[in-house]
Design a binder for this molecule. Structure first.
Ligand code: ASP
Length: 322
């Protein structure tokens, strides 16, 4: 075996964090989520096992979750107050510190692909709204009618949120429970991936519909480099999910990477410190973190987080609860 074949490869993914409990998640729903998470890991692993780049692995893994109506990203994303679906995504290459992100896009089937196009095909790092949609079309990415993203469940969720005049994070796994409990239980459905390829390069990506009933062009942490996404070969790759405003205020992804690089914190310590900072300003959520040796952490200060890992052996492992 050549050195390249024995180098560690690793993919870690998340599909959102929240206060969901095992008792509340119906068996069939749990199976459905598990299946998509496994497909996502398998798709990303195939790229890494074939010697592909961590960026390509992150894209492959995230596209599977964007294409599933179960997650709050791509198809199945949440609605804004205006009844629109406005998607955010970002990607970062840890070997070059190149980044790309899009926010508030409405017609791009896979926003994570648009983020990569911004990174590799434009002189910019972040494009928003109509301009980003037009750029993606020019790049030959798949453009869909906004109705493609529609799901009845998300529409109903918006009507409920409007009736109660509040912002809602993702609730889909919890739809079977009574309203009072629902008010307390929140799950974030953003998706993300971090990968290490055979060449020792890290990458991170995150994609989301944001939060239900968001207004005025609200943008969360997911497309903000340093908040929802960060990757640097010298430290770690990070993808976040949770209360976006608080992840922006704490520069959550960069904060985690900086602790590893400058304080030599372990991945778990760094992630937990960041989540403490987030909790201190009344935020919650989770982080996935991966270093260039293949060490990883999947941390959250909620009851659960959809998450999974795969490494050289190709065995996919998915977990949801604590
Ligand atoms: N962080 C996302 C946002 O605020 C939401 C989530 O992770 O569920 O847009």
């Amino acid at each position: 075996m050549t050195k390249a074949e024995t180098s560690p490869i690793r993919l870690v993914i998340h599909g959102g964090a929240g206060t969901l409990t095992r008792a509340r998640l119906k068996k069939e729903r749990e199976q459905a989520y598990t299946q998509v998470l496994e497909q996502s890991l398998t798709a990303g692993h195939a790229v890494l096992a074939a010697g592909g780049s961590s960026i390509d692995a992150v894209i492959a893994a995230i596209v599977v979750m964007e294409d599933s109506p179960l997650f709050n990203a791509g198809k199945g994303a949440v609605f804004s107050n205006a009844g629109r679906i406005e998607l955010d995504a970002s990607i970062m290459d840890g070997s070059t510190l190149m980044v790309g992100s899009v926010a508030g896009v409405t017609t791009i089937r896979n926003p994570i692909r648009a983020a990569r196009a911004v990174m590799t095909q434009s002189e910019h790092v972040m494009l928003i709204g109509q301009g980003a949609d037009a750029f993606a079309a020019e790049q030959g990415l798949e453009i869909v009618d906004p109705s493609y993203f529609y799901t009845q469940f998300r529409w109903d969720q918006l009507q409920k949120a409007i009736a109660q005049e509040r912002l809602l994070r993702d609730h889909d796994a919890l739809s079977d429970k009574p309203d009072a409990a629902e008010k307390m239980d929140q799950k974030h459905g953003t998706v993300g991936a971090v990968a290490l390829d055979r060449h020792g390069n890290l990458a991170a990506g995150t994609s989301t519909g944001g939060i239900t009933n968001k207004r005025f062009g609200r943008v969360g942490d997911s497309p903000i480099i340093g908040a929802g996404t960060y990757a640097d070969n010298r430290s770690v790759a990070v993808s976040a999910t949770g209360s976006g405003e608080m992840f922006i205020r704490t520069c959550a992804a960069f904060n985690t990477a900086a602790q590893v690089r400058l304080l030599h914190s372990s991945l778990i310590e760094a992630a937990d410190n960041t989540l403490k900072d987030v909790a201190a300003i009344a935020g919650d959520g989770g982080l996935i973190v991966l270093d260039a040796k293949g060490n990883y952490a999947m941390r959250f200060n909620t009851r659960g987080m959809f998450r999974g890992i795969v490494g050289n052996d190709g065995i996919v492992r998915v977990e949801i609860f604590e």
